[in-house]
Each structure stands twice: as structure tokens, then as C-alpha cells.
Ligand binder design. Structure first.
Ligand SMILES: *Cc1c(COP(=O)(O)O)cnc(C)c1O
Length: 356
């Protein structure tokens, strides 16, 4: 479905930015492409979307998002191999975008149209999609409450926009990450907004992340807010623990992000014959399992890092080294299969990859 009302204003070729010479040297999310997409909502409806030069936003200082945090986003990637570009389960991202919007009492978008518009933008920015394995064009659909008003209520005006950033691997190399288990701070409670990709969740996570950094750990693993005992998820990834041939991950009960990578990992590992359980996992079971050798591997799963091996856990002053501290066998297989599928090199038997 081509949007006949999509307006396109291109940057003249001679004014376009230079692309990074070596994408592997560019810190994640610091370089943006020449164009972006914007669409405004007011008077109870969305107005025609526009593709236009990347530019600063103009917002009233009283815009609702700046005060009460009514804002959501998504994170997805476009991959490239030779002259072909790929998206991985993109309809899931727009579905979740609307779920986040609904939770935050924001206007919903037309998911199919949003995907078509994104594809249009990607065609224009195709040369920005890096080719090397592990690199991609990170896509950030965002929606913010733009109505100018001091007063806590849902905004009557929104801005939806999409920006694109060429990225290398999220973590410098595919090396095990060190994770601090939060023993004091919590991310989300039942009934809260933990399953929405909404801005405040990330602001709320910064304090624990700072503490982790001070201790020499790069990420935070959250425990549940009620008992402070059960595994939830990592900052931007869902977590999987392999106990012998059982693969376990936290259940979706409204406090964690329903990750698309998580869902893909569950599908694939079931197919490979593992017993996969979405269940409550007490932190003591994990730590005991590490000590007894029952925990064979731990890894995070999320679009940004794809699959990230976990080498160490810190909990209440002690450091636990997972297995031999290296990259687990299943972790490696998932990483290779997913990244291979995402760039069209590994057979896509689930029909997850769409060619642009
Ligand atoms: C985005 C995100 C994830 C991962 O979701 P994917 O769909 O796999 O990218 C996990 N946890 C949090 C908190 C997130 O923001």
C-alpha cells in the first residue's frame, strides 16, 4: 500500500553527509543519516507523513513529553548484503509500538502504513546501511506528546518520527558481558509500565547502571519488585539461562519488555529440541546452579546486541563466573543463526525476514 500523501523532500546530493569510513570505530547511536520521517497528530487525526532532511525538533518548552514523560519508542534494524536490504520481523515492532502507545494513552498509528513508510525511507537511505557482518542501520521510531500544556493529562497532539543510525556491534566485541544483579533498585512493578518501551523506564534505570559501572559491570539485571528474588531482564535485553538442557527465561507478566529477539530465541530453541520454560527463576537457583555446574550458559537477547553472552554476575558483594567465563555453545549458535538469517545468509524457515 503506497501512501500517495507521503511527501518527500530530499537533501541535494552535494549536501549529504559523509558516511563513516570505518563503522566499527563509531560509538553506537552517534551518527544519523541525511533524512528522517515525521508525522503529526492533532485535531483527532494523523496528518500526512513526510520524509525530509534530518533536523532538530522545534518544541514548546511546555510540551507535555518534557514534563510528564509521555513518550515511547522502538528499536529495530535494517541489514544489508550486496544490494539487498532486510528487516527482521518488523511488523512485530509496530505492533509493540501501538501496545506501548495504548499503555501510555497515546494515539495509535496505522501499523502497515508505518512499515510501508519506513521501507520508503530505507530505500532513500540504502547507501547508509553498512554491509559488514554484525553491522546494521539502527531504526528508532519515536512518538512524543507535543501539546503545549502544564497539567497532567494525555496530550491531544503527538509527533511520530523515525531516525536512522548506522551501527556496529552494540558491545565492542562478541565477548562475555559482566552484569550486576540489582539488589536495591527495581525497574518495574506489576501493574506499572514495565512492558511498554516508554522513556521513563530508561531514566529510572540509570542509577543502578551507574552503580554497576562503579563496580566494573556493564549492565544491570533486574529482579522482581515484589520479592526482590526472581529474574526479570537486563537493561535492553531479555535474559536466558541454560540449566543443563532446560532453557529458562522470565515469563511475560507485564513487568518486562516482550522482546522480539526473546520470542525468536524461544521458537528456535524449541525447534532444536531444548525444553524451553517461561517461568519464575529465583536468583538463588541461578547462583547455586553456577556453583554446582548446572548452569551451562547465560545470555541476553535483544535487537541492539542480538545475543550477548554473560560471563559474570555480581550479587550482594560476590562475583560469580558463569561456567568457564567463555561463550556458551548455544549462545554462539543462536548468535550465528540469527545474524546469518538477518542478512540473508542462513535459511529463513520461519519467514521472519522481509526483503525491502
Ligand atoms: C527493547 C528491549 C528489549 C529487547 O526487545 P527486542 O524486541 O528483542 O529488541 C528487552 N528489554 C528492554 C527493557 C527493552 O527496552
Amino acid at each position: 500500500m503506497i501512501d500517495m500523501t507521503l511527501e518527500v523532500e530530499l537533501v541535494p546530493h552535494e549536501q549529504r553527509k559523509a558516511k563513516p569510513a570505518d563503522i566499527l570505530q563509531v560509538p553506537f547511536g552517534t551518527v544519523f543519516t541525511d533524512h528522517m520521517l515525521s508525522m503529526e497528530y492533532s485535531d483527532g487525526k494523523w496528518h500526512p507523513a513526510r520524509i525530509h532532511p534530518y533536523k532538530k525538533l522545534e518544541l514548546d518548552p511546555s510540551a507535555l513529553v518534557l514534563h510528564y514523560g509521555q513518550g515511547i519508542f522502538e528499536g529495530m534494524k535494517a541489514y544489508r548484503r550486496f544490494d539487498k536490504c532486510f528487516l527482521f520481523r518488523p511488523e512485530k515492532n509496530f505492533e509493540r509500538f501501538n501496545a506501548s502507545a495504548t499503555r501510555m494513552v497515546m494515539a495509535n498509528i496505522d501499523e502497515q502504513q508505518a512499515l510501508e513508510n519506513l521501507k520508503h525511507l530505507l530505500k532513500i537511505e540504502k547507501d547508509w546501511i553498512p554491509q559488514a557482518r554484525g553491522t546494521s542501520l539502527y531504526i528508532r521510531p519515536t512518538m512524543i506528546a507535543t501539546e503545549s500544556k502544564l497539567g497532567v493529562r494525555p496530550s491531544l497532539e503527538y509527533l511520530y518520527y523515525v531516525i536512522l543510525s548506522p551501527v556496529g556491534p552494540y558491545f565492542k566485541s562478541f565477548e562475555p558481558v559482566k552484569i550486576m544483579v540489582a539488589d536495591k533498585y527495581v525497574r518495574a512493578a506489576k501493574g506499572g509500565v514495565g512492558s511498554a518501551k516508554t522513556m521513563g523506564n530508561y531514566a529510572a534505570s540509570l542509577m543502578a547502571a551507574k552503580k554497576a559501572k562503579e563496580l566494573g559491570y556493564s549492565q544491570v539485571l533486574w529482579l522482581d519488585a515484589h520479592d526482590n528474588r526472581y529474574i526479570e531482564e537486563v537493561g535492553t535485553m531479555n535474559l536466558f539461562i541454560r540449566f543443563d538442557d532446560e532453557l529458562a527465561t522470565a515469563p511475560l507478566q507485564g513487568t518486562i519488555l516482550p522482546g522480539i529477539t526473546r520470542d525468536s530465541v524461544i521458537h528456535m530453541t524449541k525447534d532444536w529440541g531444548y525444553t524451553v520454560n517461561e517461568r519464575k527463576i529465583p536468583i538463588d537457583e541461578v547462583l547455586e546452579g553456577i556453583q554446582s555446574g548446572k548452569v551451562l550458559e547465560i545470555f541476553g537477547a535483544g535487537t541492539a546486541a542480538v545475543i550477548a553472552p554473560v560471563g559474570n554476575l555480581w550479587y550482594k558483594g560476590d562475583d560469580y563466573s558463569v561456567a568457564d567465563g567463555g561463550i556458551g555453545q548455544l549462545t554462539q549458535k543462536l548468535f550465528d543463526t540469527l545474524t546469518g538469517m538477518q542478512c540473508g545468509q542462513v535459511e529463513d524457515k520461519y519467514d521472519w525476514v522481509s526483503v525491502i
